[in-house]
Design a protein around this ligand. Structure first.
Ligand SMILES: [Fe+2]
Ligand SMILES: [Fe+2]
Length: 197
């Protein structure tokens, strides 16, 4: 499946700062993503993005929502139109005059697939959270206590087991952490602090 986007610029600079309301984003997800597991994945990545913007980047509520929106919508077209991932959500957000930074972050969440390099901090963190958040969630589903008592050690062990959540690309995780300038350990600890709470 060729998902290359074949372009490097997204949205209109004049739309800077324009966002969907929380209600609009929720109704788009409801309409586009019948698969509840995928919706949960996007909500989890959205939450991590918001928390990172708040805690690590010390951004205010408006920017926090821009970061969250990128996470919340990054796979919105994957459920129904996988062969058009993420072309379709980009087109939708461009038509709705959404902030180009949000669209660009979505376009660069899989550089190997889409051919767009993560450049901004928002781009890089979305790329970094995407796979690792999924692995941590898969781990929670096989633990009797779910997220309760989950530790760095256990996640690191699962990460090394190539057969566990085999769809999660370990190389992408390593690549994403080095691009974002954070350690894998730091990223896992951040996810454990926020996800599943
Ligand atoms: Fe994706
Ligand atoms: Fe994803």
């Amino acid at each position: 499946m060729n998902l290359q986007l074949n372009r490097q610029t997204f949205g209109d600079p004049a739309d800077k700062g324009k966002v969907l309301s929380r209600e609009e984003a929720a109704s788009l997800l409801k309409e586009w993503v019948p698969n509840e597991r995928l919706r949960l994945h996007m909500e989890q990545v959205g939450l991590l993005m918001r928390k990172w913007a708040e805690e690590k980047e010390q951004l205010g509520p408006e920017d926090q929502w821009r970061w969250e929106m990128a996470g919340l919508l990054h796979d919105a077209d994957w459920d129904q139109w996988p062969e058009e991932h993420c072309r379709r959500i980009i087109a939708e957000l461009e038509a709705r005059h959404i902030d180009p930074e949000i669209i660009r972050a979505i376009a660069s969440h899989g550089p190997a697939h889409f051919g767009v390099e993560p450049e901004t901090k928002m781009d890089k963190m979305l790329y970094a959270f995407d796979e690792l958040s999924g692995l941590v969630h898969a781990y929670s589903l096989m633990r009797p206590g779910g997220y309760d008592g989950m530790e760095l050690k256990g996640v690191t062990k699962r990460l090394k087991e190539k057969t566990f959540a085999a769809g999660v690309n370990r190389e992408d995780i390593t690549d994403a952490c080095s691009r974002a300038g954070i350690t894998q350990q730091e990223l896992i600890e951040f996810i454990l602090r926020h996800q599943g709470k």
